[in-house]
Write a protein that binds this ligand. Structure first.
Ligand code: PGA
Length: 252
């Protein structure tokens, strides 16, 4: 089985002005210096992306956006295309985050077009999936994950699949402090990998799957020790570079 490099990404959500973003990156870089056995990224708001990309230049820190439109250009007021991101040095993009699904009507159908567009542009996608609390209570977690994964991967060619990062983020764990137990997170990530394996066979072993939802520097190590959890997507606890760096250390 191929080794999967751990991948820790911080999702700032709608936080940090450009100056704050610059000083965050300046503070983080020395803390992650030499930690070459894993990948590290920050997902910044559109307005701070260029500042982050230039502050992170010549480092291994990846800079990601938090959304993108699937079309290259056109009459889509308020949207941003993949080439607008690559032009300013962005490395990747989070798509399908539950907050976008919940508040901005992001659908699995739209993700079916976004994921191939992101890959074609040479950007790294972090595709978020995860069940609602009701769905877990009603025994519908697997049904929900199956639908999300199958829809999103519908148009992804086999030669690109290893570049997809999936983040399993149970919605009930996001921003609540109710982190999933390592067993729950491992079971869901193994299930997601099995879904990818159904379509892409052994290539599924190359797909990295992160866990997200109330990850912090105290619970990260146990989560990251699970066999199918290859990293973390960290919200609140990523806003402080020192705490984020401690989560990175938990993956070493
Ligand atoms: P949280 O957010 O770590 O604050 O729960 C995770 C996420 O939304 O990606």
């Amino acid at each position: 089985m191929p080794e999967r490099r751990p991948y820790i990404a911080g999702n700032w959500k709608m936080n940090k002005l450009r100056e704050e973003a610059r000083s965050y990156v300046a503070g983080l870089l020395p803390l992650i210096d030499g930690k070459d056995s894993l990948d590290i990224g920050i997902c910044a708001p559109f307005t701070a992306l260029e500042a982050c990309a230039s502050a992170a230049e010549r480092s291994r820190l990846r800079v990601l956006a938090q959304n993108v439109h699937e079309e290259e250009s056109g009459a889509f007021t308020g949207e941003v295309s993949c080439s607008m991101l690559t032009e300013i040095g962005v490395d990747g993009v989070v798509i399908g985050h539950s907050e976008r699904r919940q508040y901005f009507c992001e659908t699995d159908r739209a993700l079916q077009r976004k994921l191939p567009a992101v890959l074609a542009a040479g950007l790294e996608p972090i595709l978020c999936v995860g069940e609602l609390e009701d769905e877990r209570e009603n025994g519908e977690t697997e049904r929900r994950l199956r639908h999300q994964v199958q829809e999103a991967f519908e148009n992804v060619e086999a030669d690109a699949v290893a570049r997809v990062v999936v983040a399993y983020e149970p919605v009930w764990a996001i921003g609540t402090g109710r982190v999933a137990t390592p067993e729950i997170a491992q079971d869901a990530c193994a299930f997601i990998r099995a879904l990818v394996r159904d379509k892409y066979h052994e290539l599924a072993d190359q797909v990295r799957i992160q866990y997200g939802g109330s990850v912090n520097d105290e619970n990260a190590r146990e989560l990251l020790g699970q066999p199918d959890i290859d990293g973390a997507l960290v919200g609140g606890a990523s806003l402080d570079p020192a705490q984020f760096a401690r989560i990175v250390d938990a993956a070493l």
